[in-house]
Design a protein around this ligand. Structure first.
Ligand code: LLP
Length: 419
């Protein structure tokens, strides 16, 4: 699974049955384009790999929070992993009665907790004692009972980029494994708290999935301890983190992951909750961008495109690799280029040292940007956010319009006369 969504046929590139040039012509560049089939294939693939495990896939909304995409997950019977009131409202917009929502994050505010309680979410993944107390107080005030898991920090090295590694004891996430049981005991004594689970998320973009085994072993021993303290749970949330191949990296097979779940966690007979984001949506999206200028000097060549770091942050922020395909000219070349945007920062690049032919007016595809692409984009340099387009067989349609200048100043313009 996780194949490229791009297909080449007699010098034309397609997503499903749509020519990419037609999309660029109709909606302009830059633009995000997704394949619905690829998203559905990934969901089905994961669901069938887990078919003999009682499980619930809670899509990590932060990876891609477009409403039309959330609707695909809802229609595939998925739940959602959210990290803000805004994400909760997005989920409720596509599914007003969704109760398959887990709420992660270290800084849940009073109003976010209220909103989550009023919408009967499946579980709060509690990340600190103070948060637990806050949730209990709010539940009491609202005459509710909050269902909670404690997010355990198992002190496991996920061997991924340090910015997206979360399961080490120096990270801000979760409760230190050594303090988890005492916090569970405190939670058990709180009147407006119902313990329903245990939770753990060790990081994102794991290509070698073996660190999960260390985390599962630690979860198992904590569950044993909970049981011996007569604290019962209904689910085990194993977080997200399964990686995808951006640059031909080898990814452990998903069966290996499933076998580890079976080996360490199945014996407890609990529902297994997963919170995958990237694995389900990462390969489903690409970004189209137009070559504006070719700038050559004696020692460096640049392809200057109309997309920039505000549209796709991953290369600037994590030095992340995304494959770049020139849809207008796929011939091999000995010339190396950095592909850069128009933003006034040296960190504004989409790719470095790529061997390619490029001419003004060529259309490039930046691959594998379905996860953490649009969702991390911004308006930096007063650049309107770019449209998102869904391809479904031989159809393609907008799922988010290109922003315009009025959108950008909407919250300032009416205040201008006051200043
Ligand atoms: N659950 C929790 C609690 C998380 O913090 C995350 C991601 C996920 C699930 C989903 O992880 P995934 O399956 O997508 O790896 N912006 C970064 C990734 C940040 C991930 C943050 N947490 C990037 O572009 O690589």
């Amino acid at each position: 699974m996780n194949k490229s969504i791009l297909r080449q046929e007699s010098n034309q590139y397609f997503i499903e049955d749509v020519k990419l040039n037609d999309i660029a012509q109709k909606f302009g560049t830059p633009a995000y384009v997704y394949s619905k089939k690829n998203i559905l294939d990934q969901i089905n693939f994961l669901q069938s790999a887990l078919s003999d495990i009682d499980h619930l896939i809670c899509f990590a909304v932060k990876a891609n929070s477009n409403l039309s995409i959330l609707k695909i997950f809802k229609e595939s019977d998925c739940g959602f992993d959210i990290v803000s009131g805004g994400e909760l409202q997005r989920v409720l917009t596509v599914d007003s009665s969704n109760s398959k929502i887990v709420f992660s994050g270290v800084g849940k505010t009073v109003s976010e907790i209220e909103m989550a309680l009023n919408n009967n979410i499946l579980a709060f993944n509690v990340e600190s004692e103070e948060e637990l107390i806050r949730i209990n107080n709010i539940s009491k005030r609202l005459s509710k009972t909050a269902k909670i898991s404690i997010r355990v920090n198992p002190n496991v090295d996920a061997k991924t980029h340090p910015y997206i590694s979360t399961g080490l004891k120096d990270n801000k996430f979760g409760i230190d494994e050594t303090n988890a049981i005492s916090l569970y005991k405190k939670a058990a004594a709180l009147e407006h708290i119902k313990i329903t689970g245990i939770d753990c998320h060790i990081g994102s973009q794991l290509t070698d999935l073996s660190p999960f085994e260390d985390a599962f072993i630690k979860l198992a021993s904590l569950i044993d301890e909970l049981e011996s303290n007569q604290i019962s749970i209904e689910h085990i949330d194993i977080g997200g983190g399964i990686g995808i191949s951006y640059n031909n990296e080898e990814i452990s097979p998903i069966d290996f992951y499933v076998q580890m779940i079976k080996k360490h966690l199945l014996k407890y007979n609990k529902k297994i909750i997963l919170e995958p984001g990237r694995f389900l949506i990462g390969k489903a999206g690409l970004m189209l961008t137009n070559v504006e200028f070719i700038k050559k000097s004696d020692h460096k060549n640049f392809v200057i495109v109309d997309a920039a770091m505000n549209d796709l942050m991953r290369p600037s922020l994590y030095n992340a690799f995304h494959e770049v395909i020139n849809l207008s000219n796929s011939k091999e070349s000995n010339d190396s280029f950095d592909i850069v945007g128009p933003i006034c920062e040296t960190g504004d690049f989409l790719a470095k040292e790529r061997y390619m032919h490029a001419n003004q007016g060529d259309i490039l595809a930046i691959m594998d940007v379905g996860a953490y692409g649009f969702s991390m984009s911004s308006n930096y340099n007063t650049r309107p956010r770019i449209p998102e387009i869904m391809v479904d067989q031989d159809n393609f349609y907008l799922i988010r319009e290109r922003e315009n200048f009025s959108d950008l100043i909407a919250h300032e313009e009416k205040l201008l006369e006051r200043s």
